[in-house]
Design a protein around this ligand. Structure first.
Ligand code: GTP
Ligand code: MG
Length: 469
């Protein structure tokens, strides 16, 4: 990371600051970063959070909502003219309409601004008058997040790591077979490069479909307008010489171009100036998928969160122009799959899973917290009799419309009971079975002033933005 890069980051930061009218008018802006791998629950979280900020009847733990300091909340045209607006209305209609369904996976970046008119009650409030606070939120495809972990890696380093892990994964065989017939020192040939890149992309798609989290580069999964371009025509190669004009040299160059022209601008434009961050993790889904998936999730999240390196001179920090993320919430999503009696255990597992990132953030002076949440509660709790004892279960509507009660298994009180075997490479959980069900969103009848039902979304909001309202 050179000085030039840092200067670029700083200049952008200042330019960005000057550009928004509201900041020029001293209306404070909170930029909330919503971080999470694909399917972690970002789009549902943003939709439900915004709906519950507009209609605050279910937000008792958000102090400024409960005590009436928030006089009004409304959606604003977003600050960036070149970023599409987050389609809040369509997502909300999908979740809360007569035929409730989950939104589709996100394919492009979008943005939304919620503005609050805030007047604290009591004498201070009356003296100071009402003020406006803006909350900016960005949504993006989770696939792209993993690219963060590429930034501080060289092409050879990345290749070696990837090739070491690839064997046995879906689609790897076909790619490795092609690779065996390729000489990295041979003169670059676009046909060879394209064939390799296609086989590599096919492998990533297949691995992702099989539940692996660490499938990057992200644009190989969701190329958008970059499909077929040279920045997406590379693949990992085994170590060796790369003379000028060789395949190895060209692949290395494209990897560097991918980082410089695709990854860096994305994070510069959308993650710069983040004050508050929520890291959403589908911990239950990974536990259900088994030890390998949980370890894969742990490693992927550590790789991603390392890039934020709060407090040190990481490349992303340099883009932030010295600005720090002040608060980070680590949230296990979809907690409505569990009876609340088990939420504390899920939270403890989440904390332990993200321990490395949390310690680093704590050390750098950010406030951190872990929590189990459901952005959209799709179940109700129920206690079922079972072989002379009772099981704390949940009930919901399955995707095919049937009703089902469901007991997901008992999470251990000690997170190490899951994390240790996962790290050690166990191929299944020894003394427990964890199930998960795909529930559809429940059909709702919202009263006026009420947002969609959730679990601890109000506490999450209080931690993330409560002090600024
Ligand atoms: N039961 C339950 N399921 C949820 C909740 N939030 C998300 N889900 C499930 O998780 C899936 C993914 O949620 P999204 O919000 O689309 O995930 P995302 O992080 O935006 O995913 P990408 O757009 O692919 O990056 C949904 O389709 C639901 O099946 C929740 O609060 N409760
Ligand atoms: Mg999404």
């Amino acid at each position: 990371m050179g000085i030039g890069d840092i200067a670029d980051g700083l200049a952008r930061g200042i330019e960005g600051l000057g550009a928004t009218v509201s900041e020029a008018l001293f209306e404070p802006v909170i930029r909330l970063g919503v971080t999470g791998l694909s399917r972690a629950g970002k789009t549902v979280f943003i939709t439900s959070l915004v709906a519950n900020l507009l209609d605050r009847g279910r937000m008792p733990a958000l102090t400024a909502a409960a005590n009436g300091a928030i006089r009004a909340a409304y959606l604003q045209p977003q600050p960036d003219d070149t970023v599409p607006r987050f389609d809040f209305e369509s997502h909300l209609a999908a979740l809360t309409g007569p035929d409730p369904h989950w939104p589709e996976g996100t394919r492009a970046v979008s943005e939304l601004r919620v503005s609050f008119r805030v007047q604290p009650s009591g004498m201070m409030g009356n003296l100071r008058g009402a003020r406006t606070v803006h909350l900016d939120i960005v949504d993006y495809p989770g696939e792209w997040l993993l690219d963060l972990s590429l930034m501080d890696r060289s092409y050879d380093d990345w290749s070696a790591d990837l090739l070491a892990r690839m064997a046995g994964r879906p689609g790897a065989e076909a790619f490795l077979a092609q690779l065996a017939g390729v000489d990295r020192a041979a003169a670059h040939d676009e046909t060879v490069a394209r064939a390799l890149a296609d086989a590599f992309a096919a492998h990533l798609q297949a691995a992702r479909a099989a539940g692996y989290s660490d499938c990057s580069p992200g644009r190989f999964l969701l190329p958008g307008e970059l499909a077929g371009s040279p920045v997406l025509t590379f693949a990992p190669l085994p170590p060796g010489e790369s003379p000028r004009g060789s395949l190895g040299r060209e692949m290395g160059r494209r990897f560097a171009a991918y980082k410089a022209q695709v990854v860096r601008p994305f994070f510069r434009d959308h993650f710069a100036r983040i004050d508050r961050q929520i890291v959403l993790v589908d911990v239950l889904g990974a536990i259900h998928a088994g030890p390998a998936a949980l370890e894969d999730l742990r490693r992927s999240m550590a790789g991603v969160l390392r890039a934020f390196r709060p407090g040190t001179a990481g490349w992303l920090t340099s883009l932030l122009g010295g600005r720090r993320v002040e608060r980070i919430l680590f949230a296990a999503t979809k907690a409505d799959h569990l009876h609340h009696a088990q939420h504390a255990r899920l939270t403890a597992i989440t904390s332990a899973l993200l321990r490395e990132a949390k310690d680093r953030a704590d050390f750098a002076g950010a406030r951190t917290m872990a929590m189990s949440i459901a952005a959209l509660r799709a179940t109700t709790e129920e206690t079922l009799p079972h072989q002379g004892r009772s099981l704390d279960a949940v009930r919901g509507t399955l995707l095919d419309g049937r009703q089902a009660a469901f007991y997901p298994g008992e999470l251990p009180a000690d997170p190490a009971q899951l994390l240790a075997p996962a790290r050690a490479g166990a191929d299944r959980w020894l003394d427990a079975d964890y199930a998960i069900m795909s529930f559809a969103p429940a059909r709702l009848q919202l009263k006026p002033g009420e947002g969609p039902p959730h679990i601890r979304l109000d506490r999450a909001a209080e931690f993330l933005i409560g002090d600024r309202l």
